[in-house]
Design a protein around this ligand. Structure first.
Ligand SMILES: C[S@@+](CC[C@H](N)C(=O)[O-])C[C@H]1O[C@@H](n2cnc3c(N)ncnc32)[C@H](O)[C@@H]1O
Length: 378
């Protein structure tokens, strides 16, 4: 997979850089702590998938993992869902290994966009096992509710259940990593320092900033119920491989001990959700230009999938543009990808006071305020 994806060889980023040998040595000793997190999650979910042979696997998000190849080998039906940029790379990489196969589907989606998820399935598809590893921590509360609503709708239509490891890892990942390092005080401190720095620089969103990661489990359970789901907790410790590739000996024993507190959360549809808001309006953008004023009329959802269309319209407009009016009365949602395009437009203006957003609905205003862009756009 790494070759098919054209990933640089392991360690090549540090080649030619002057890294003191003792630091390089210590960094190498940290590797099991990272590997165990990735390995245990991937293999535990594989084991769960193996125990549900009758299900169609929906890997949301699939990332750059090789699960599609594994599912192909077992003759199973598999849907790898991720953002367009990831699918653009992983689909051809997997196809270069297994060829194109009707059982293995890769599809560009945005988990907050229902239509993008549903369009992968046919009416014959039923009994899904949606697996989510490493996704829910990226969402604001509003987005989290959209995603829960979308998965509820999918399960209601196609049947099955949704399993996630995200809460287990959010609360226990440090313990797993420390156990993998044999709780060596120096290495553990170094691991803490590196991971907190990486978290601060890698993402432009606040991590785990929604109710799913609240320390009060009762609160999360009542959220899950409010969203129309029933929860079953499945011990992850029963789903670990007999041997890990990344740790052995006493570290292996301590890692397994941490897993005794870790659970898959399996959610199934309990009841039809009353009054669920459905945000299905198709996206469109129309432009009008008068002199230096560009007017854009946006309706529907402005998200990762639709933002490129808005950018294209903006780039096609006639220069010079001195003022921008965004008419968003019919815009139902905006994601960070959409906000980035607005920022590009805003920055292009010499006189920033000539950027206007008109007809902003309450829900869109909420998102813009939560992300802190209100001081720019309003
Ligand atoms: C931490 S990775 C996890 C990937 C994979 N499950 C794994 O274990 O390696 C997070 C993935 O979530 C995807 N992602 C982030 N926001 C998303 C969204 N709104 N819809 C779908 N995928 C999303 C990213 O593109 C990325 O591939």
């Amino acid at each position: 997979m790494t070759q098919a994806l054209n990933f640089p060889p392991f360690g090549s980023q540090t080649e030619g850089k002057n890294i003191p040998p003792e630091i390089a040595e210590n960094v190498k000793r940290l590797i099991p702590a990272y590997m165990i997190l990735v390995e245990s999650r991937f293999r535990a979910v594989n084991k769960l998938i193996d125990s549900r042979k009758d299900r169609l696997i929906v890997d949301l998000p699939c990332g750059y993992t090789s699960r599609g190849i594994r599912m192909y080998g077992q003759g199973r039906r598999y849907f790898g869902f991720d953002l367009p940029a990831v699918i653009h790379d992983i689909k051809p990489a997997v196809e270069s290994i297994i060829g194109s196969n009707k059982n293995i589907t890769y599809q560009a989606v945005d988990a907050t966009n229902y239509a993008s998820l549903e369009s992968a399935f046919t009416d014959e598809d039923h009994d899904l096992l949606i697996t989510t590893e490493g996704l829910l921590m990226y969402f604001s509360q509003y987005e989290l509710e959209e995603v829960f609503g979308n998965i509820h709708r999918l399960l209601q239509k196609y049947g099955g259940s949704w399993v996630t490891t995200d809460r287990a890892y959010a609360f226990c990942d440090r313990d797993v990593a420390h156990a993998a390092l044999n709780n060596d005080a120096g290495l553990t401190a170094m691991f803490e320092a590196v991971t907190s720095k990486a978290a601060a620089t890698a993402a432009d969103v606040k991590f785990s900033n929604n109710v799913f990661f609240d320390a009060d489990e009762e609160k999360v359970i009542s959220f899950v119920e409010k969203m129309g789901f029933e929860l079953k907790k499945i011990p992850m410790s029963n789903h670990l491989p007999e041997k890990f590739g990344s740790v052995s000996g006493s570290a292996d024993v301590s890692v397994r001990k941490v897993f005794e507190n870790m659970y898959f959360w399996e959610l199934s549809v309990k009841n039809t959700r009353q009054g669920q808001k459905v945000n299905d309006k198709a996206f469109s953008v129309q432009t009008k230009q008068q002199g230096g004023t560009l007017q854009l009329f946006i309706s529907g959802r402005l998200d990762t999938l639709t933002a490129p269309e808005l950018l294209k319209k903006f780039q096609e407009a006639q220069q010079p543009i001195e003022a921008i009016e965004l008419h968003v009365d019919d815009m139902s949602y905006i994601s960070s990808a959409g906000l980035r395009i607005l920022l590009i437009m805003y920055k292009s203006l010499e006189d920033k006071s000539k950027f206007k957003m008109l007809g902003v609905s309450e829900s869109v205003r909420d998102i813009i305020q939560t992300t802190g862009f209100d001081s720019v756009f309003f």
